[in-house]
Ligand binder design. Structure first.
Ligand SMILES: NC(=O)c1ccc[n+]([C@@H]2O[C@H](COP(=O)([O-])OP(=O)(O)OC[C@H]3O[C@@H](n4cnc5c(N)ncnc54)[C@H](OP(=O)(O)O)[C@@H]3O)[C@@H](O)[C@H]2O)c1
Length: 301
């Protein structure tokens, strides 16, 4: 099959080339990839370079969000048949979906509703699950609460704005100025331009969900009301709120949450934003272009 693979950390980057068919294990299905997506900095993650035993696994295939059609069902799988349209998240320590085929644990997939196209579906798993877990599992967001979402023009941020709005929260979105329009259209009541407005003018919020990190994360504890929560996906918050709690988490695959996301997308309550689409052969350019692109970038074999 064709795939985009990375060989060495300081090598030539992603190479579009022939690769062996995916290695499947018990509990896997093989998916014929129709669309795939990725996180801009995933080439720096340990799972790109080593397997779970710490052994070098290069050349490796990135992009852990997949939408496609089941082409093989292996021993120990239930709930899927050859020909099913599916979407989901692939394991960080195994080859991803920047390829014509990918082996995925069946439990990390969900059926794709007929109303959702493959390109939109590929933009949903990682961003959607991360936003869901950040807002509702770690953040405990409730209807009527005030939430700040940092990085609202990004893949995770845009879905977080939509999910929080859909849940009845009052959403304050932040990011660069170019994200203001889409954040407001996605359900934000207010947009704070982090390059020109004062972050500290926001106050008394129940939850801050940060997808940026660094200085923005460090300055965010002061935005909370007493008892509020600061949830980060980039690093543990360096400053804790005086009277509140912090959380840093790594997203986990979750079949039930994928189903919830698909139902909301099918009903038009959330809409993954695809800022750019590239053929798989242009994967290197797609990774290089992600910064500055609103929403997600999608690859198509
Ligand atoms: N812990 C986890 O499980 C988990 C899961 C998913 C992602 N992540 C991490 O979370 C981060 C966000 O992921 P993502 O996929 O949502 O990335 P993304 O699509 O690039 O979103 C980040 C957004 O924040 C904006 N931004 C970055 N720095 C900014 C600044 N200083 N001021 C204003 N806006 C700024 C970006 O704008 P520009 O594009 O213009 O820079 C972009 O709109 C990444 O570091 C990723 O590795 C962690």
């Amino acid at each position: 099959m064709k795939a985009a693979r990375i060989h060495q950390r300081d090598g030539e980057g992603l190479v579009y080339e022939d690769a062996p068919a995916p290695v499947h294990v018990t509990g896997d299905v093989v998916v014929e990839v129709r669309a795939a997506s990725f996180v801009p900095d995933e080439l720096n993650w340990p799972g790109t370079w080593v397997d779970r035993a710490g052994k070098d696994r290069t050349p490796s295939i990135p992009a852990h969000e997949v939408a496609g059609v089941v082409s093989e069902v292996h021993y120990g799988t239930t709930g899927f048949a050859v020909g099913d349209r599916v979407f989901g998240l692939t394991d960080w320590h195994r080859d991803g979906a920047a390829a014509e085929f990918v082996a995925v644990e069946a439990r990390n997939l969900a059926l794709l509703p007929a109303a959702l196209d493959f390109t939109s579906a590929a933009a949903l798993p990682l961003a959607g699950l991360t936003a869901w877990q950040g807002l509702f599992v770690h953040g405990g967001l409730q209807a009527g609460q005030r939430v700040v979402i940092h990085g609202a023009g990004g893949g995770t941020g845009l879905l977080a704005v939509q999910l929080a709005h859909d849940a009845g929260a009052h959403v304050i979105a932040t990011g660069r100025a170019k994200a203001a329009t889409i954040a407001n259209e996605s359900g934000a009541c207010r947009f704070v331009d982090l390059e020109h407005d004062r972050l500290e003018d926001i106050e008394d919020v129940d939850l801050v969900f940060d997808t940026i990190g660094g200085d923005i994360l460090a300055r965010s504890a002061g935005l909370l009301r007493p008892g509020g929560a600061l949830v980060s996906i980039t690093a543990p918050p360096p400053v804790a709120p005086a009277d509140g709690r912090t959380a840093f988490f790594i997203v986990e695959p979750n079949h039930e949450q994928l189903v919830e996301l698909a139902q909301r997308a099918e009903a038009g309550r959330i809409r993954p934003h695809v800022g750019a689409v590239f053929p798989l052969a242009d994967a290197a350019r797609a990774f290089a272009t992600k910064r500055g692109t609103l929403g997600k970038v999608v690859l198509q074999p």
